[in-house]
Ligand binder design. Structure first.
Ligand code: SF4
Ligand code: SF4
Length: 441
């Protein structure tokens, strides 16, 4: 009978971690649906980028208020969760504050966690005010209606509740320590909860134990729910920002990749000894001509798909985008959100049918329209400003390549220019022979 809470705890823990692991595997499977791209070069520089951008949040602080608040909430939340280690050990073995033997160090840790919990709470309230009272424009764009808006708020409520539970748990524990209750050894420093604790003056020992245990259980269950919520939320970036910044593009700013399929075609044309019937690429079916550009998520590479899962929906890209600023339909944030939604749809299709069954949909037209794609000026501002090294531009370019090379569906102005380049070697509608006519004037 005395072991029932321990058994219950182990069951909750296994279920929470098991479900999370199952969903992480789905994310990895979905990202692997993308085409291969080699990002195994320059490991040193990649680690440096990851440390600087994901851990150091160097791009976040370009907007200092949001940046500093984000650092407080992010690092505070992560550090406080070191406490979870103690909760897990206590839960499994039925102990209480197992690390109390650390003495002064334990007091320092618990004291620091409390201060951080308070700062996280304040930071989260300010974030909530920015979103819902000040109504910052980028959080109210059309793509932020419905679930994305609620998702942004849910996570703030989650953190407020978790921090409150942590502080109330400590406050009731402090009361029990003062009363000398069995099991509640004197340990820890409580710089914040000592001010909450007087609220419980006069409560019986039993009522305090019920309060402390309730906070303890709801806190750990809340953390497991939070962990599993990540999969359904933009907050997956808490984890994915690290691989995403590591595998980011190291090419100079704005440099576009050559299309591999076109390079191969040109090499075939230029090389008289090339075998036109050589084995197809790994991701190409026998006899199927290679596709130019991307019309669906499986035509994008795995880094682009990782980008889509990592997008924080912060909207910095959209607020910097000249096309969006001048009222065009394009929002680079929406490009990333659409890519992720379509990728999830593809993954669900595979889960349901065992393998992908054509659903008559694709990223192009069903999610992203040509009008959005052609509104892009390819200025690179979205890439430059993104705090987690995402490139909406690379997806836009790959989808445009599909429109031009597979569908000949470029806007007429562009078609004229391309015809001119083909015929005259220049974008203007003049014969090469007339080039020097200006000198006759
Ligand atoms: S590259 Fe395109 S999408 Fe990105 S900011 Fe410039 S115009 Fe907007
Ligand atoms: S692409 Fe980057 S800047 Fe744009 S919304 Fe996503 S995380 Fe923010």
């Amino acid at each position: 009978m005395q072991y029932i809470p321990n058994i219950l705890f182990i069951l909750v823990l296994v279920a929470g971690i098991g479900y999370f692991t199952k969903n992480v595997r789905k994310v990895i499977r979905n990202i692997r649906l993308g085409k291969d791209v080699d990002r195994s070069d320059n490991k040193g520089e990649r680690f440096k980028n990851m440390a600087r951008i994901a851990l150091g949040q160097s791009k976040m602080v370009r907007r200092p208020v949001a940046g500093i608040l984000h650092i407080v909430v992010y690092l505070g939340f992560i550090i406080i969760n070191i406490e979870v280690l103690e909760i897990i050990i206590d839960g499994i073995f039925g102990t209480h504050r197992i690390f109390a033997f650390l003495g002064g160090l334990y007091d320092f840790l618990i004291g620091s966690f409390e201060i951080l919990a308070f700062l996280v709470f304040v930071g989260v309230v300010l974030f909530w005010i920015r979103r819902n009272v000040i109504k910052l424009k980028r959080f109210w764009n059309p793509e932020m209606k419905g679930w994305p808006k609620n998702d942004g708020n849910f996570i703030l409520y989650f953190e407020m509740v978790l921090m409150t539970l942590f502080l109330v748990m400590n406050a009731s524990d402090l009361q029990l320590q003062t009363l000398g209750a069995d099991h509640y050894i004197k340990a820890g420093a409580y710089p914040i909860s000592q001010y909450i604790s007087p609220l419980f003056n006069g409560m019986s020992e039993t009522a305090l134990i019920v309060l402390e245990r309730a906070c303890w259980w709801v806190h750990i269950i809340g953390i497991l729910v939070f962990l599993n919520y990540l999969y359904f939320s933009k907050h997956l970036h808490i984890l994915l920002a690290f691989p995403n910044t590591y595998y980011g593009d190291l090419n100079p700013k704005g440099e576009l990749d050559n299309l591999e399929a076109v390079t191969k075609e040109v090499q075939l044309m230029m090389d008289p000894s090339a075998d036109p019937f050589a084995a197809p690429a790994d991701d190409q079916q026998e006899g199927e001509p290679e596709k130019f550009g991307a019309s669906d998520v499986a035509d994008l590479n795995w880094v682009q798909l990782l980008n889509a899962y990592t997008c924080t929906e912060c909207g910095r890209c959209t607020s910097e985008c000249p096309a969006n600023q001048t009222g065009k339909k394009l929002s680079p944030r929406k490009i990333m959100m659409d890519t992720r939604d379509r990728l999830k749809e593809l993954g669900d299709n595979i889960d349901k049918n065992g393998s992908f069954v054509d659903d008559g949909k694709q990223l192009l037209n069903d999610y992203i329209t040509p009008e959005e794609l052609w509104a892009c000026t390819s200025c690179n501002a979205c890439v430059e400003t993104c705090p987690v090294s995402i490139s909406p531009l690379s997806i836009i370019i790959d989808m445009r390549r599909y429109l031009v090379m597979e569908q000949s569906a470029a806007p007429s102005d562009l078609n004229n220019m391309m015809t001119n380049i083909e015929n005259n070697g220049a974008p203007w509608p003049f014969n090469q022979m007339d080039r020097l006519n200006w000198s006759n004037e």
